[in-house]
Ligand binder design. Structure first.
Ligand code: FE
Length: 163
C-alpha cells in the first residue's frame, strides 16, 4: 500500500464520481409533468440528499417549507420564489435557511437545471400553510427504484448514489 492509497480510511464510504447532467435520459426521475430530478447522493445516515432539478415548463412548481438548510447552484436557466424579490439565474448560489416557506416558480418554459443539497425534508404546504405531503431521502430513493424498474435500468441502479 503506497502513501496515496492510505489517504482513504478503510471504513470510509465509497466515493461517487458521475456525470452530473447524464447522457442517458432514463436517469432523470419524473417528479411532475415536465419536472424531473436526477439523484447524485442519497444520504440515509444524515437524512440529506443532493440532486439536480430539471424543469421544462413555466409556472408554480410547489409551495414548501424547509426544516433544515438547502444549498442550490443554478446550472442552467432561472427561477425564483414568490416570497422574495430576487431571481436565481444561471451560475447563482442560493442558501435557503431553515424555517423558510416559499413558492418555487419558473417564468420561462426554457430548460432550468439546478443542483440542490437538501437536508431533512421538503414539507409541502398549500396557500394556507396546511401540510399536503413531504419528501425525504427515503421517498426519493423509493421514487428512483420505481422509475428505474420502469425504464429497464433495474431498481438497484439507484444504489450507486446511496450512502
Ligand atoms: Fe426551497
Amino acid at each position: 500500500m503506497n502513501s496515496m492509497s492510505q489517504t482513504t480510511h478503510p471504513l470510509s464510504p465509497a466515493q461517487i464520481v458521475t456525470t452530473a447532467v447524464p447522457d442517458d435520459e432514463r436517469i432523470w426521475v419524473p417528479q411532475a409533468p415536465n419536472v424531473w430530478f436526477r439523484p447524485l447522493m442519497l444520504n440515509t445516515l444524515q437524512g440529506q440528499w443532493c440532486n439536480l432539478l430539471r424543469v421544462r415548463k413555466a409556472g408554480v412548481l410547489s409551495r414548501h417549507r424547509h426544516p433544515a438548510p438547502v444549498h442550490g447552484y443554478v446550472i442552467k436557466g432561472s427561477w425564483r420564489y414568490l416570497e422574495h424579490d430576487w431571481v436565481a439565474n444561471t451560475g447563482d448560489y442560493v442558501f435557503e435557511p431553515p424555517g423558510e416557506t416559499h413558492t418555487l416558480t419558473v417564468d420561462s418554459a426554457d430548460e432550468m437545471i439546478t443542483f440542490f443539497n437538501i437536508s431533512g425534508c421538503m414539507y409541502y404546504v398549500d396557500a394556507e400553510g396546511r401540510n399536503t405531503g413531504f419528501e425525504d431521502v427515503f421517498t426519493k430513493i423509493d421514487m428512483c427504484r420505481k422509475h428505474y424498474i420502469e425504464v429497464g435500468l433495474g431498481e438497484s441502479f439507484v444504489d450507486q448514489f446511496v450512502r
